[in-house]
Design a protein around this ligand. Structure first.
Ligand SMILES: NC(=O)c1ccc[n+]([C@@H]2O[C@H](COP(=O)([O-])OP(=O)(O)OC[C@H]3O[C@@H](n4cnc5c(N)ncnc54)[C@H](O)[C@@H]3O)[C@@H](O)[C@H]2O)c1
Length: 260
């Protein structure tokens, strides 16, 4: 407990899934949490859950792909909490139609996924890093995905965007290590979240889809959002004080090799 005492954390997409679990864990570890989401309902619910457990959190509604909204959000968080020590760039999402290939993908869907997964990380980091430099340090965690390493047919835009987030992570490590800012990546495995469940439910045979995926996971179970949050906590806290430019896999062995 109290591994983040006195720290302020901004978590994007914290109104659901992995972002919500991370917000709850960070608050339980003593952080003041700025909960960002595009959804009012999700954001307010995360804040309610944190306050119910006597933690400190505030909701900031913003679309992380819109620079004006990002600027307003980051300056409001700075004003309220007098700085930002931890940024978890968690917002992300994948394609709605699994059978798309490059040839039949639409320009709109390509742009949507590149913006959602990559542009958002760029914009929020662009606004938060100067605050961390002023504070002489910070920790940034960028959420990647196993698709950036072992992709499926149909996930080209998601895999490409997240592969770019990996390289952005490593570049930012090089740029800001001298300012005592650590920038690391987090790779969740198959994690049961609202987005993941909706995706499985949209397949012709959800049970078969789940079994197909489960067989590929050496640990034999899907991740829970709080499994991933523990990885984020390690990267956010001083437990990882000499870890920089690293990509942490919290995937139950999914990407260790061919399995099942
Ligand atoms: N669930 C998985 O199996 C899995 C696996 C690997 C990586 N990931 C990654 O983990 C992250 C979280 O995924 P999740 O499964 O928890 O998703 P989720 O959909 O359950 O939660 C994402 C949250 O982000 C919010 N959001 C969406 N667009 C936004 C925007 N433009 N601005 C602000 N908020 C926005 C949504 O409203 C939602 O509350 C994503 O980056 C995803 O790519 C998830």
């Amino acid at each position: 407990m109290n591994r983040l005492q006195g720290k302020t954390a901004l978590i994007t997409g914290a109104g659901s899934g992995i972002g919500r679990a991370t917000a709850i864990l960070f608050a339980a570890e003593g952080a003041r949490v700025a909960v960002n989401d595009i959804s009012d309902e999700g954001g307010h619910e995360t804040v309610r859950l944190i306050q119910e457990a006597k933690g400190e959190a505030t909701f900031y509604k913003a679309n992380v792909t819109k620079w004006s909204e990002v600027k307003a959000m980051v300056s409001q968080v700075r004003d309220r909490y007098n700085g930002i020590d931890i940024l978890h760039n968690n917002v992300g999402g994948w394609q709605r139609e699994n059978k798309d290939t490059v040839v039949n993908d639409s320009e709109e869907e390509w742009d949507r996924l590149i913006n959602l997964n990559l542009r958002g990380v760029f914009l929020v980091s662009k606004e938060v890093v100067p605050i961390m430099i002023e504070r002489r340090g910070g920790s940034i965690i960028n959420t990647i995905t196993t698709n950036a390493y072992m992709n499926y047919i149909g996930s080209h835009a998601y895999g490409a965007a997240k592969g770019a987030v990996r390289e952005l992570t490593r570049s930012m490590c090089l740029e800001y290590a001298k300012d005592n800012i650590r920038v690391n990546g987090l790779v969740p495995g198959e994690t049961v979240t609202p987005q993941w469940t909706a995706s499985i439910e949209s397949t012709p045979d959800p049970e078969e889809s789940k079994n197909f995926l489960l067989k590929k996971i050496p640990m034999g179970r899907f991740a829970r959002p709080d499994d991933i949050a523990l990885g984020a906590l390690f990267l956010a806290s001083d437990d990882s004080r000499y870890v920089n430019g690293h990509i942490l896999f919290v995937d139950g062995g999914l990407t260790a090799g061919f399995y099942g």
